[in-house]
Design a protein around this ligand. Structure first.
Ligand code: SF4
Length: 186
């Protein structure tokens, strides 16, 4: 019987490389979208819809957590001014992967993995260390993968364009949205 892996999905475009790769490795893949870090709600809706559509294209399912940003805002408030890739992101990644690990345990998954390591703006070593901790605590196996290897990010851009998936221009939270607006002079 194939092992079941829960793939934590930060956004649909980033899942276009790891989901098929895990399926090719022989895993039965299911998706999980946390989304409490996303701001504002209509942005969350676009990303939720894209995740649902992508899972359908993969002939699979993705669990979607109902939108509730307050817990995430509370946990990251003291690190609001951190740059992308800093302490706020470590907290954010921990919150997301903890929710994914709990979902994996509650729903009988054998393994856990994430799309986050495809980003050129994140530290894959840090992501895998946090994921391994959360998976261990939940009693599931962590699949250590580096999505951005072998031009993974470029491939995700071209695949998501071909699939017509919504692609955002900031990481997700209110702080990254403001940073992106500043960079674009808005
Ligand atoms: S920049 Fe991205 S990873 Fe970092 S805190 Fe915001 S949403 Fe989370």
């Amino acid at each position: 019987m194939r092992k079941r892996v829960l793939l934590h999905i930060c956004c649909a475009p980033d899942a276009t490389v790891p989901w098929p790769a895990l399926a090719e490795e022989g895993f039965d893949v299911g998706g999980f979208f946390y989304g409490g870090n996303i701001h504002p709600e209509d942005e969350w809706e676009k990303r939720r819809d894209a995740v649902g559509r992508f899972a359908g294209l993969m002939r699979g399912d993705a669990a979607i957590v109902p939108y509730d940003p307050e817990p995430w805002l509370g946990m990251t408030r003291n690190a609001a001014s951190e740059p992308e890739g800093g302490e706020r992101c470590s907290i954010c990644i921990g919150v997301q992967l903890n929710a994914a690990a709990e979902h994996a345990l509650a729903n009988g998954y054998d393994c856990l993995c994430t799309t986050l390591s495809i980003s050129p703006h994140k530290n894959p070593g840090g992501i895998n260390a946090i994921g391994a901790d959360k998976a261990r605590a939940a009693g599931v196996e962590w699949l250590c993968r580096v999505g951005r290897k072998n031009d993974g990010f470029k491939l995700s851009v071209s695949r998501s364009m071909k699939m017509g998936l919504y692609r955002q221009n900031y990481c997700g939270c209110v702080y990254s949205m403001r940073r992106s607006e500043e960079r674009r002079g808005l």
